[in-house]
Design a protein around this ligand. Structure first.
Ligand code: ATP
Length: 308
């Protein structure tokens, strides 16, 4: 497995904390230039994965490639090409935005005093440069965190739940900002969230983590194809009905959910065809409706299937 277009590629990455298996043989691949949405419920292993990439946690098994680097010290060298927000950065409440960034610029040995204002402008905090951290809104604090992550001119940003807790307007601002950085500065972005909808219209690729396992990697384009319009059918004998769909209508891409509900992508020219099939074969038709899948539903079905 070697995806030449990938900036990060993990191989069977595993992390065990005592009894807890935080990451379970995870293979993921982050394309250069992408905005990769890492989606998973609380405790799915997102933070652990990011910490491993940043060298804050050691894997128990497996490995990863960061650009061409496959081990130390090459990892350490390439980590200088990354900017990150993992957990809240420790900003000083009584210091202004400029003072906070200047503190970290010096601490990290990043040359160029002008970088501080430049990054504040870049994240839209130019006018708030003299505002004290404690007087900032959550959205402004998140943007200051982003300015800090950008100080070292990274090619790759690793962001752990940067839009957690923001209101819809705040989410839109950060989304627009990340898209701009991706487009104009060609920064590849790995962003984690437990809410798929937060990443909608932004991520170009998704990885779904559930209880430490990668349950699916999918491009946004493919996901949107899958999340189109579909028919939802409930019948008294779902298994027999599913077999009939294959035999009589030559359908293979239907789904039978754990509760027996059947989903068939698209809408047939003659919508009565599914009802007729049931009735002709003596199967009771309980419901037949046209529906549109929302991303959240897709994700929920995916995790339900993984749990089985
Ligand atoms: P959240 O959104 O809640 O931060 P997450 O997807 O980032 O969740 P992780 O923080 O990576 O998940 O945690 C994955 C699992 O590993 C959880 O079960 C967590 O309790 C466990 N875990 C994480 N860090 C440690 C640690 N230092 N010691 C022991 N267990 C840990």
């Amino acid at each position: 497995m070697n995806d030449g277009n990938a900036i990060i590629q993990t191989r069977q990455l595993t992390k065990q904390y005592g009894q807890a298996l935080a990451l379970d043989h995870v293979d993921l691949s982050i394309p250069k230039g992408s905005i990769y949405g890492l989606v998973g419920n609380n405790g799915a292993g997102k933070t652990t994965l990011l910490k491993i990439l940043l060298g804050q946690v050691f894997p128990s098994f497996g490995g990863f490639r960061l650009w061409e680097a496959q081990e130390e010290p090459a990892w350490r060298k390439n980590r200088r090409r990354c900017g990150a927000i993992i957990e809240a950065p420790g900003f000083f409440p009584h210091m202004t935005a400029v003072q906070n960034l200047e503190y970290y610029r010096i601490q990290r040995g990043i040359p160029g005093k002008e970088k501080v204002m430049e990054k504040l402008e870049e994240v839209g905090l130019g006018d708030a440069a003299r505002k004290k951290f404690r007087q900032m809104s959550l959205g402004m604090k998140q943007r200051l965190g982003l300015a800090l992550a950008l100080l070292g001119e990274p090619e790759l940003l690793l962001l752990d739940e940067p839009i957690n807790g923001l209101d819809p307007a705040g989410i839109m601002e950060i989304r627009a900002l990340l898209q701009k950085l991706n487009r104009e500065k060609r920064i590849t972005i790995l962003i984690s969230s437990h809410i798929l909808a937060e990443l909608e219209n932004m991520a170009t690729d998704y990885g779904f983590l559930n209880r430490g396992k990668m349950i699916q990697q999918i491009s946004a384009k493919r996901l949107h194809e899958l999340c189109g319009i579909y028919m939802q059918i409930r019948v008294t004998e779902p298994e027999r009905y599913a077999a009939l769909l294959e035999r009589e209508l030559h359908l293979t891409d239907y789904k039978v959910l754990p509760d027996g509900t059947i989903h068939i992508p698209g809408v047939p020219e003659d919508v009565t065809v599914y009802g007729k099939l049931a009735v002709e074969q003596g199967i009771g038709l309980l419901a037949l409706e046209r529906r549109e899948m929302h991303l959240e539903d897709y994700y929920m079905h995916l995790t339900e299937r993984a749990e089985q």
